[in-house]
Design a protein. Structure first.
Length: 693
């Protein structure tokens, strides 16, 4: 079929689909605002249908798969969309939800005449694919039709055409869904079973974040009744990154998924009572790490994030719990005694399966009930009142010997006694902070763990947890999150080559797999990079070996662009003029988002001050920022991770700022891989050995 014939055919189908959507939309009744509960439930369902149809009305579907089921005489054209819809008159499927079992063929089928199959609730369904077609509709208008496979056709060069077309689009200030362009290796991860901790090593631009978000949508669709959106959580490195990805799940029809940072989640878990030290990564690490003062496995963050440290705390907690209850009688008044053996029997046997804090509360309730029974035996009202007053005083005295259990106080107490197991510097520094009532970020997982061990999950169960940029988290953090799950259901993703937080992150994925029991993890690699042009990826690949991660080189999609520009600044050159020239040149090329990436916060502050005098709508991205606004951004390199821009200018790429060390290599690799279409590097003096030659 010719391109023109395909366009005519799909335009006819689109017109029919829009009419069907409009008819169904018009038949949805008016809103209900009364107090009848049943009517309120029905109204909520109508509103859900209305929202679904509104979204379908703009982009009903994105793909077509002609599938001939085994033993059937002809193929059925299946139209795949972000949401499903049945015909109004017959109830037959009209648009297939991309998460449905049969839709998996659209992503897994890559060509060939061999039979295919998919797993449906009723069993394995076998058949043949006769045609696969990509369809791009925007605002109800058919934009493009690409046949990526036709039985009997040559199918040469068509497979990637639609993908390249979509990848060539300009970026705005939000991450977008990739439903129409999910690749086979991404689809396998999205549709993996939920009873597993998936660990995904993904090259820069491999789509690992969007894959994780699509996996949430898939799990909610396929495990309805077993998991709920409000019992899912996405943990990201900072609030700005959460804002950047915030549009994906609503586009996929998913709401109510909690999105947070680990710091915010633990702080809320602990009641918001902790005071964090005023530390900034820009000054503590990124400006000073070349001195070697905070590198190595014995940094405070890596040590206190280790399973070894967790085990040390577990031993201390076991000792604390074993010695918590004192073997003393309770005597509410002279001559009346509650024997210590009875108290111990309640505490150790009847309530022994509860966490310690709950055991204490239940024991207190049991003692109060016993006391009420004893007072009821006192006939004289005056004596009963006197003994009741005395009993309350003595009960308070008894409880002072068994105080309420506070996680911070207990953690602080661990550092009030000397320990030969903890490195001396880490022990002393931590003790000093805790004495002032402060905690470091790396103390949050240990304190959160103590809270869990003392109080239990307290109903805060997660059905699924997504941890993004996981190369920067600790095994202890993963262990704490796992404690709030009845079974491991994780999507853990990151890139060791972007592990720029060496003082607290991991060096190998095995550090996280060791948290789980054997058989509970599944490791996946995504090496295809879809973000940047061929030239940018090949340039970044030259830096990758310097990271000493042993990772394979990223494989670019063949989307060619301009060569990476490496420009030497001469003595006396005006930096602001160089930056303006870069912005104007790329704006003329149609680019919309720009990043000016400096080495440190201090560098970027000076650049922002100068650039904002000559350019409008310039944003200085800093730690703690809640929103990514697009346009022109000035950003220190350690905060650029996770973001992407049409054009990127890297400043000060000299031998002093970017030496031939793994840490500098990871930072420069992050900076280069932020660019989608154009990348320029500026240096003065001696060029960085990471890119020289």
């Amino acid at each position: 079929m010719s391109v023109q014939s395909a366009l005519v055919e799909e335009q006819r189908r689109l017109t029919e689909a829009l009419e069907e959507i409009d008819k169904q939309h018009s038949e949805i009744g008016p809103r209900y605002y009364g107090d009848n509960f049943i009517e309120q439930v029905l109204d909520a369902k109508r509103q859900e249908s209305s929202e679904r149809l509104e979204l379908l009305g703009n982009e009903p579907y994105f793909g077509r798969l002609d599938f001939q089921e085994e033993k059937k005489q002809q193929a059925t054209p299946l139209y795949i969309g972000k949401r499903g819809m049945d015909r109004r008159d017959s109830g037959e499927p009209y648009i297939i939800d991309w998460r449905a079992p049969v839709a998996s063929l659209f992503y897994s089928f890559t060509g060939g005449d061999e039979p295919v199959n998919y797993e449906a609730p009723e069993g394995i369904i076998r058949g043949e694919v006769l045609q696969k077609r990509n369809i791009f509709i925007r605002d109800k208008v058919l934009q493009r039709v690409v046949d990526s496979y036709v039985r009997g056709g040559d199918n040469l060069g068509q497979t990637d055409e639609f993908l390249l077309y979509r990848l060539g689009e300009k970026k705005d200030n939000r991450l977008r869904d990739i439903v129409s362009t999910i690749q086979a290796e991404q689809d396998r991860i999205i549709r993996a079973p939920r009873h597993m901790a998936l660990i995904i090593q993904g090259a820069a631009g491999s789509g690992k974040t969007t894959v994780a978000l699509h996996r949430l949508a898939y799990l909610l669709y396929n495990y309805q009744g077993q998991i709920r959106a409000e019992r899912m959580i996405i943990l990201a490195p900072n609030a700005m990154f959460l804002d950047y990805i915030s549009g994906v799940l609503p586009e996929l029809g998913v709401g109510n998924v909690e999105q947070s940072t680990f710091v915010e989640w633990v702080t809320e878990l602990l009641g918001g009572q902790l005071k964090l030290t005023a530390q900034t990564e820009g000054t503590q690490w990124f400006s000073l790490h070349t001195t070697g003062s905070v590198s190595g496995d014995q940094t405070s963050g890596r040590y206190k994030g280790s399973i070894h440290f967790k085990e040390w705390i577990d031993v201390a907690l076991s000792h604390y719990e074993g010695n918590y209850l004192q073997d003393i009688n309770f005597e509410p008044w002279d001559g009346r005694v509650l024997d210590q053996r009875q108290i111990r029997q309640w505490f150790d046997q009847e309530y022994g399966h509860y966490p310690l804090a709950a055991r204490r509360e239940r024991l207190l309730g049991r003692m109060k009930r016993w006391l009420e029974m004893q007072l009821a035996e006192v006939a004289d009202p005056k004596k009963r009142k006197e003994r009741s007053k005395l009993a309350k005083q003595r009960l308070q005295a008894y409880l002072k010997k068994h105080p309420e259990i506070a996680p911070f106080k207990l953690y602080k107490g661990l550092f009030e006694r000397s320990s030969e197991e903890i490195p001396k510097r880490i022990f002393q520094d931590t003790k000093a902070y805790l004495k002032r009532g402060l905690v470091q970020v790396e103390d949050l997982a240990p304190i959160g763990w103590i809270h869990y061990k003392l109080h239990g999950a307290d109903g805060r169960w997660f059905d699924h947890v997504v941890v993004d940029e996981a190369q920067d988290v600790s095994p202890f953090q993963i262990a704490l999150l796992g404690a709030y799950m009845r079974e491991p259901s994780f999507t853990i993703l990151g890139d060791l080559a972007q592990g720029i937080h060496a003082y607290r992150g991991i060096n190998r994925w095995e550090e996280l797999t060791e948290v789980f029991a054997e058989g509970q993890t599944s490791y996946h690699e995504l090496i295809q990079s879809y973000r940047s042009t061929l030239e940018i990826i090949e340039f970044a690949n030259r830096i990758l070996p310097f990271t000493e991660t042993g990772l394979p080189l990223a494989q670019p999609v063949f989307r060619s662009g301009e060569p990476v520009a490496v420009i030497e600044m001469k003595s006396g050159d005006d930096l602001t003029e160089h930056i303006q020239a870069f912005i104007h040149e790329n704006r003329d090329r149609g680019m919309q988002t720009f990043a000016i990436i400096g080495r440190t916060n201090e560098d970027c502050s000076l650049i922002y001050d100068a650039l904002s005098q000559v350019e409008s709508q310039v944003t200085f991205i800093t730690e703690g920022q809640n929103e990514y606004r697009g346009g022109i951004s000035v950003v220190p390199i350690f905060l650029a991770k996770g973001l992407e821009f049409d054009a990127v200018l890297l400043l000060d790429v000299d031998s002093e700022r970017y030496s031939a060390t793994p840490q500098d290599a990871k930072l420069l690799y992050v900076g280069c891989t932020r660019a989608l279409h154009y990348l320029t590097l500026l240096y003065q003096g001696e060029i960085s050995p990471l890119i020289d030659g």
